[in-house]
Design a protein around this ligand. Structure first.
Ligand SMILES: C[S@@+](CC[C@H](N)C(=O)[O-])C[C@H]1O[C@@H](n2cnc3c(N)ncnc32)[C@H](O)[C@@H]1O
Length: 213
């Protein structure tokens, strides 16, 4: 349902996250700075609203309605499967926001292939509060069904501790930051055009889960 109506999707996200949505996208945007970004599974392209005006935005997704809506906003988006790695446009930073839990159990494969590009990678995912079967059915089976990935009701997403561990093992991130229910991992490998921007503005509002660097 949410994935059939782009405006409803955006409205629901704003209601669900409240002020944390802006904090989430501000952190991601700060790490991108004024560079090129590929938004992998861009949805309705919400990230683009928070970017530095000098950043160069490209998005890929498979949802035709979301892509049409994003294109109407003037965003540079293309219809592409996120597993079609050979077709990825070049960018300084690859962002994977709210996607991994949709594509499990192939989420590790996706990240490994993206890391192989050797660019900055930012991953943002929610952590589940518990592994209740009812929650899994309602969220995975109904609310968060994207109609691209058949819902895997036999699999559950990570709790906060598990997600942090997954980030550490898979990404070796420079920084891990918790914002509301979301946990963001930032792996900076390339020199940013404005490195001082990475730790800016509202970061003091946010409690770091842990830092590796
Ligand atoms: C929860 S939305 C996240 C959208 C956006 N990144 C955001 O943070 O608002 C998940 C998106 O993943 C897209 N998606 C899922 N599987 C995909 C695939 N194999 N290739 C491209 N897009 C995919 C869906 O169409 C949907 O727009």
């Amino acid at each position: 349902m949410l994935y059939a109506f782009p405006q409803l999707y955006e409205w629901s996200l704003k209601k669900l996250h409240g002020p944390d949505l802006k904090k989430r996208f501000d952190i991601i945007s700060s790490a991108i700075g004024q560079n090129q970004v590929l938004d992998i599974a861009c949805g309705t392209g919400m990230l683009a609203e928070y970017l530095d005006p000098k950043a160069e935005y490209q998005g890929i997704d498979l949802n035709k309605r979301f892509l049409k809506y994003s294109a109407q906003k003037g965003l540079n988006v293309s219809r592409m499967d996120v597993f079609d790695f050979q077709q990825y446009p070049e960018a300084d930073t690859y962002v994977v926001c709210d996607l991994l839990h949709h594509i499990m159990p192939n989420h590790q494969k996706l990240l490994k292939n993206i890391l192989a590009f050797g660019k900055n990678v930012i991953v943002c995912e929610p952590a589940v509060p518990n592994k209740s079967k009812l929650r899994r059915f309602v969220v995975r089976g109904i609310l968060d069904n994207d109609f691209i990935n058949p819902p895997r009701l036999d699999l559950d997403w990570y709790t906060e501790t598990e997600l942090v561990q997954f980030y550490k093992e898979t990404l070796d991130p420079t920084e891990i930051i918790k914002v509301g229910e979301d946990i963001i991992a930032i792996k900076q490998v390339a020199k940013s055009a404005k490195p001082e921007d990475v730790h800016n503005k509202s970061l003091s509002d946010i409690s770091p889960v842990s830092t590796n660097a």
